[in-house]
Design a protein around this ligand. Structure first.
Ligand SMILES: *Cc1c(COP(=O)(O)O)cnc(C)c1O
Length: 835
C-alpha cells in the first residue's frame, strides 16, 4: 500500500466575499503593531526574547503582508484579463537579498526604519540576517532577476519559472589562499519570502518506453509509458514592481517523491529502502550545478531541466489559462522566453502535450509550438553550447527524443529543398550532431523552433550571425535580432548606492529610477565643481563603507584614500583575471628590482571577487595565485602600503552591491569576441567607475555612449584576434620579446609567491607560455600602457571626476527596463497592462 498525495484541488467558489482591506495601515504605529503580532504569533516569541533571526523573519513577513494585497490584486486582474504574458524560463534566478527590494518597492523604508528604531531595533542589523538566495552562477542568473524586476515595474504581465535549488551556488572560502567550497544551506534558518503550494504539485515523469497504438479515432499514435515520476511542488515568490501596485510571480519548483513513504516496505521493516525513493526524487532539485559557461552533460542536469520545464508548461496550461482554453490561440497569450539552452527541452514537451495528450495532428501542433518560444543565446564559446548525447536523452526522455528526430527530419527535408546541391551544409545544420557522439544540439533546436533568436549585445549578436549560427542566419535572416542586456537601476543604483541616488535625485528629481535615460540631465553638472566635489565625497564614503565591510567580513584592511581598481566576476580564462594579475606582478617586480620608484606608483587597491567552478582546476589555481601574490605584496614593506590586493571570498550579489559603488576603475578585460555582453560592466558605469576594457561584449556600446575620452580602451579587436589565431598564435614570442612580461612570469615561476616552491604555480605559467587560449600575453603590453594612461588621468582629480559623472549621465541605456522595451518591441509584442 502506498500513501499518495490527494490531487490538487482549487476551490473556485466565488470572488472574495468581502474585499480585502485596501492596504495595511501605512503608519509607524501600524507597522509596529503588525511587526509585534508577527513576532508573537508567527515566531512565537516576545520581543524581549527574540533573536535577530526571529526579528528578521517577523519583519520580513510584516513587509510581505503589505505587498500581499497588491499581489492578490495582480493575480485577480490577470485571471480576468488574460492579457498576453511573458513566461521567462530560466534554470537560474540570482535574486540577491529580498528585504531591501521589498521595502523599496512598497515605499516602506522610512516607516520600517522608524518603527524598528522605536523598539530599539536597528534595521541594518536585521538586513544582515538575510541569507541571499544564490540560485544562480553569475551573469545569466542575475540577468533573469533584473528582467523580472523590470517587467513588474513596467506593468508587463510576467511569470518567472525556475528551480528552487535546496543548495544554491556554493559558499566560497579560502584556506591558505585556495578555494574551498561549502554547501550553501540558504534555507536553514527559514525563507520568509516563499509561499509553498504543495496542493498545486504536478507530476513529472521520466524514462520508460514508447509504443505504437491505434487510438479510438482510428489514428495510429505513440504512447509514452514512463518508468518513474516525481512531484514538482511550486514555491511562489513575489516580484514587486517599483511603487506601481503590481506584484508579478516567480514560481520555483522543488522535487518531491510521488509517494513520500512506501508503507508496505516500511511495515516489512526496511526503513532505509522506504526512504530511498524519496531521497532519489529530491535529488533533482538538491543542488545548483556550479559550472558557469561550461555544461557538464550530466544526467541529473538534464533531469533538472526537464523537471522544471515540464512542470512549468503544465502549470501554465492547466492552472494559469482558464478552463476550456483553446490552445490554438496559445501564441496570442504567451511567449516562453528560453534563457539560454537550459529550458529548450520545453519545445518537444509542448509538442508531446499537443500531439500525444491533446490528440492534435503533427502539423497543427508544430504550427502552434513554433510560435510560442524565443531563444536567448548567451555565449560565443563553442564548449559552452549545450549538447545532449542521444543515448542519454533517449533513456531519460524517449518520447522527446522521437519528437526531436521528427522535427529534425522535417527541417532537413526543408533544407534539402533550399540547398539541393549542398549536403554538407544540410549536415552542418542538423539538430543531431554525429561526432564525437550522436547528440542533440540544443541551440539548433531552439533556433529552428523559436520565433526569434537574440544575442545579448550588438557585437555578440553580430558574431552569432556571422560565426556561431551563420548557416541559420542565412536560412532564417529575420529570426536573428539583438537585445543588449541591462541591469535594474532599483537594486544596482538606488539601493546599492544611496549616496549617489540622493545626489542624482536632488539634481534631476527621482524620475530616473524608472526612466534611466533621465540621467542625461546630469550631463551639464559634470562641469559644476560643487557637484563634482559632492560626487567625489560620495565615492569616498562608499570606499569607507566597503573598507568597513571587508574588515568585518574578511579581516582585510584597505585604504580608502587609494584608487579602487576592481575586477569582480566568475573566474574564467576568457575573462582574463591573469592579465590583471600579470600587471600587478609586473609592478611589484619593477619596484623590487629598482626599475620603478615606489613613490611614483599611484596608490591602488586591487580588488578581486571570483568563484571558480569546483572542477575547473586551472581557475582554482589562478585564485590560489591571486591570493599568494596578494599575501606577498600586502606584507612587503618595500611597497609602503601603496599597493594592496584585496580578494574577499564568496563574491555574490550582496557583495557586489557594496563593492561596485566604491570602484574608481572597472576591469572588463575579456579577450575580444568572447564575452557575450557582461552586465557587471554596466553596474560599474552606472555607479561612476571608469572602465578599462577591451572591445568586447557590451563594452563596445558603453564606450560608444560614454565617449572614447572617458573609457580606457586597449587590446586586440575581434577580427585581429581571429587573424592572429588563424596565422598561428605563439605566446612564447611575447615572453621572449617583452622584458617586463618575462620578468613577471619568471618571478611567478621562481616560487616567489609560493615560499620558493616552483611547482605550485607551474601549470599557470606553462599554460600561458605554451597555450594561452585567450591571448593574455598578446594583450599584455597594450593593457600595461592603458593602465599608465589610467594613472595619468587619475592624477587630475577634477578631470577624473568629470569623466565619472559623464559615465553615469550617459549610461541610462543600460537599464534592464530598456532591455525589456526592446524584447517587447522585437520579440514579445506584449503591451503593458496599466493598473
Ligand atoms: C552582475 C553579476 C555578475 C556578472 O558579472 P560579469 O562581470 O558581467 O561577468 C556575476 N555575479 C554577480 C554576483 C553579479 O552581481
Amino acid at each position: 500500500m502506498t500513501w499518495t498525495r490527494s490531487p490538487a484541488t482549487v476551490a473556485r467558489v466565488t470572488e472574495n466575499p468581502t474585499p480585502i482591506a485596501a492596504t495595511r495601515e501605512r503608519t509607524v504605529d501600524g507597522f509596529v503593531r503588525e511587526f509585534l503580532r508577527e513576532l508573537n504569533f508567527g515566531q512565537g516569541v516576545d520581543l524581549s526574547r527574540a533573536s535577530v533571526n526571529d526579528q528578521y523573519l517577523a519583519m520580513a513577513r510584516t513587509v510581505r503582508h503589505y505587498l500581499m494585497v497588491r499581489w492578490l490584486e495582480t493575480l485577480r486582474r490577470q485571471g480576468e484579463l488574460q492579457a498576453k504574458s511573458v513566461a521567462y524560463l530560466s534554470a537560474e534566478f540570482l535574486l540577491g537579498r529580498q528585504l531591501d527590494n521589498a521595502l523599496l518597492a512598497s515605499g516602506l523604508e522610512e516607516i520600517v526604519e522608524e518603527g524598528l528604531s522605536s523598539l530599539g531595533i536597528d534595521l541594518a542589523t536585521l538586513r544582515e540576517a538575510e541569507v541571499e538566495p544564490g540560485l544562480g552562477n553569475g551573469g545569466l542568473g542575475r540577468l533573469a532577476a533584473c528582467f523580472i524586476d523590470s517587467l513588474a515595474t513596467m506593468n508587463v504581465p510576467c511569470i518567472g519559472y525556475g528551480i528552487r535549488y535546496e543548495y544554491g551556488i556554493f559558499q566560497q572560502t579560502f584556506v591558505d589562499g585556495w578555494q574551498v567550497e561549502k554547501p550553501d544551506d540558504w534555507l536553514a534558518l527559514g525563507s520568509p519570502w516563499e509561499f509553498p503550494h504543495p496542493e498545486a504539485a504536478v507530476r513529472v515523469s521520466f524514462g520508460g518506453t514508447v509504443e505504437q497504438y491505434q487510438a479510438d479515432d482510428g489514428v495510429i499514435r505513440r504512447r509514452w509509458t514512463p518508468g518513474w515520476s516525481v512531484l514538482a511542488v511550486p514555491y511562489n515568490y513575489m516580484v514587486p514592481g517599483f511603487e506601481n501596485g503590481r506584484v508579478n510571480t516567480l514560481r520555483l519548483w522543488s522535487a518531491e517523491a510521488t509517494h513520500a513513504f512506501d508503507l508496505g516496505i516500511f511495515n516489512s521493516g526496511d526503513y532505509a529502502e522506504a526512504v530511498r525513493a524519496q531521497t532519489f526524487a529530491e535529488n533533482i532539485t538538491k543542488v545548483l550545478y556550479p559550472e558557469d559557461s561550461t555544461p557538464q552533460g550530466k544526467e541529473l542536469r538534464l533531469q533538472q531541466q526537464y523537471f522544471f520545464v515540464a512542470a512549468s508548461l503544465k502549470n501554465f496550461i492547466d492552472e494559469v489559462l482558464p478552463d476550456g482554453y483553446d490552445l490554438h490561440n496559445l501564441p496570442d497569450r504567451i511567449n516562453f522566453q528560453l534563457n539560454d539552452t537550459h529550458p529548450v527541452i520545453a519545445i518537444p514537451e509542448l509538442m508531446r502535450i499537443l500531439v500525444d495528450e491533446k490528440g492534435w495532428d503533427w502539423d497543427d501542433a508544430w504550427s502552434v509550438t513554433s510560435k510560442c518560444f524565443a531563444y536567448t543565446c548567451h555565449t560565443l564559446l563553442p564548449e559552452a553550447l549545450e549538447v545532449w548525447p542521444v543515448d542519454l536523452l533517449g533513456r531519460l526522455l524517449p518520447r522527446h527524443l522521437e519528437i526531436i528526430y521528427r522535427i529534425n527530419d522535417a527541417f532537413l527535408a526543408e533544407l534539402r529543398e533550399t540547398y539541393p546541391d549542398d549536403e554538407l551544409r544540410v549536415r552542418r545544420m542538423s539538430i543531431i550532431a554525429e561526432y564525437p557522439v550522436r547528440a542533440v544540439r540544443m541551440a539548433y533546436l531552439a533556433t529552428v523552433a523559436g520565433t526569434k533568436v537574440n544575442g545579448v549585445a550588438e557585437l555578440h549578436s553580430q558574431l552569432l550571425r556571422d560565426k556561431v549560427l551563420n548557416d541559420f542566419s542565412e536560412y532564417y535572416p529575420d529570426k536573428f535580432t539583438n537585445v543588449t542586456n541591462g541591469v535594474t537601476p532599483r537594486r544596482f543604483v538606488r539601493l546599492a548606492n544611496p549616496g549617489l541616488s540622493g545626489l542624482i535625485t536632488e539634481a534631476i528629481g527621482d524620475g530616473w529610477i524608472t526612466d534611466l535615460d533621465r540621467l542625461q540631465g546630469l550631463e551639464p553638472l559634470a562641469d559644476d565643481s560643487e557637484f563634482r566635489r559632492r560626487f567625489r565625497e560620495i565615492k569616498t564614503a562608499n570606499k569607507h563603507r566597503i573598507a568597513d565591510v571587508l574588515v568585518h567580513r574578511d579581516g582585510i584592511v584597505v585604504n580608502p584614500d587609494t584608487m579602487f581598481d576592481v575586477m569582480v566576476k566568475r573566474l574564467h580564462e576568457y575573462k582574463r583575471q591573469t592579465l590583471k594579475l600579470l600587471h600587478i606582478v609586473s609592478l611589484y617586480e619593477q619596484v623590487k628590482s629598482g626599475k620603478l620608484d615606489i613613490a611614483q606608483v599611484t596608490p591602488r587597491t586591487f580588488a578581486f571577487g571570483a568563484k571558480a567552478a569546483p572542477g575547473y582546476l586551472l581557475a582554482k589555481q589562478i585564485i590560489g595565485l591571486i591570493n599568494a601574490v596578494g599575501r606577498t605584496i600586502n606584507d612587503d614593506p618595500a611597497l609602503e602600503g601603496r599597493l594592496t590586493v584585496a580578494f574577499p571570498a564568496n563574491y555574490n550579489v550582496t557583495l557586489a552591491e557594496t563593492l561596485i559603488p566604491a570602484a574608481d576603475l572597472s576591469e572588463q578585460i575579456s579577450l575580444a569576441g568572447k564575452e557575450a555582453s557582461g552586465t557587471g560592466n554596466m553596474k560599474f558605469t552606472l555607479n561612476g567607475a571608469l572602465t578599462i576594457g577591451t572591445d568586447d561584449g557590451a563594452n563596445v556600446e558603453i564606450r560608444r555612449l560614454v565617449g572614447d575620452d572617458h573609457f580606457f580602451l586597449f587590446g586586440l579587436t575581434e577580427p585581429e584576434v581571429s587573424d592572429l589565431v588563424d596565422r598561428g598564435y605563439h605566446p612564447s614570442a611575447y615572453y621572449e620579446t617583452n622584458a617586463d612580461l618575462r620578468h613577471a612570469l619568471d618571478l611567478i615561476a621562481s616560487g616567489a609567491f609560493s615560499r620558493g616552491d616552483r611547482t605550485v604555480f607551474e601549470p599557470i605559467v606553462s599554460n600561458l607560455l605554451h597555450e594561452d587560449r585567450f591571448l593574455a600575453l598578446a594583450d599584455f603590453q597594450a593593457y600595461v600602457d592603458a593602465q599608465a594612461r589610467v594613472d595619468t588621468f587619475y592624477a587630475d582629480t577634477d578631470q577624473w571626476t568629470r569623466s565619472a559623472v559623464l559615465n553615469v549621465a550617459r549610461a541610462g541605456f543600460f537599464s534592464s527596463d530598456r532591455s525589456m522595451r526592446d524584447y517587447i518591441e522585437r520579440i514579445w509584442h506584449t503591451p503593458p497592462v496599466l493598473p
